[in-house]
Design a protein around this ligand. Structure first.
Ligand SMILES: [Zn+2]
Length: 250
């Protein structure tokens, strides 16, 4: 390989990969005489690197050890929660999952674990941290471009995780009208185009129905498809909130 060629290649490499592969020279493909070009094994490292970058972008440091293996089972309900989440990643067809109820029971842990498995399969995942995003979206609605950019991601990604759905937007039995508009736009779009959601919320489904029937109805339909039921509701009981552990009253 002449120097010019080498330099061209190294430019490509530095743009796509942090270190150069000695087998394929960083191209990602192997060309051999009388053979179809085939993928070099280094592409796996590249994909793994991309995946890790995406994980870092999506999840804060606090979520870094959230995996199925690290999910602690100390009680029957946790065993059932995990079973449902594992069943979800193995399920056929397009499904959504709702993890609802008791705060601090590990709902986010499982949602993140699911996302990591799906990322392994190359899925496009986006995370909507509900409370922060509602504030952000409302502030940027006037700046159309920013708003549309975020909404585009949330509507079109393969899986949208909404963490702490409805938090801080409910007063009594009503949802703030502006918030409702945003939520409805996302949920209705994903419902229509069969794009799944992974949602955690402290609100149970019957409460969601009271707040807004059209949103709750769509969500319920989305989690009960293809013969599955991924409506996971964890009832509120003392001792189920890991943040409160060791602080139980006698
Ligand atoms: Zn290679």
């Amino acid at each position: 390989m002449n120097l010019q060629k080498k330099m061209e290649n190294s430019t490509i490499v530095s743009a796509t990969k942090s270190s150069k592969c000695s087998i394929c020279d960083g191209i990602g493909w192997i060309y051999e005489l009388n053979e179809y070009p085939h993928r070099c094994t280094c592409i796996n490292d590249y994909l793994a690197e991309k995946k890790n970058e995406k994980i870092k972008e999506l999840f804060s440091e606090a979520y870094s050890d959230y995996t199925f293996d690290n999910f602690k089972i100390e009680d029957e309900y946790q065993k059932r929660m995990k079973q449902k989440a594992v069943e979800f990643v193995k399920a056929k067809g397009i499904n959504s999952i709702l993890l609802l109820g008791q705060s601090g029971s590990g709902k986010t842990h499982l949602a993140v674990s699911i996302a990591k498995v799906l990322l392994d399969r190359g899925a496009w995942i986006e995370l909507m941290p509900y409370t922060e995003d509602m504030i952000y979206i409302k502030q940027n609605m006037i700046e159309k471009e920013q708003y549309q950019k975020k909404m585009y991601k949330y509507k079109n990604c393969n899986y949208l995780i909404i963490d702490d759905f409805l938090k801080n937007t409910v007063r009594g039995n009503t949802v703030n009208e502006k918030d409702f508009g945003i939520i409805y736009e996302i949920i209705d779009y994903r419902y229509k185009y069969k794009k799944p959601v992974i949602i955690t919320s402290e609100y149970f489904i019957d409460h969601m129905f009271k707040l807004n029937e059209s949103i709750a109805g769509r969500l319920k339909e989305m989690v009960t498809q293809n013969g599955y039921n991924f409506l996971v509701q964890i009832s509120n009981k003392e001792g189920r909130n890991y943040r409160m552990r060791g602080m139980e009253k006698i």
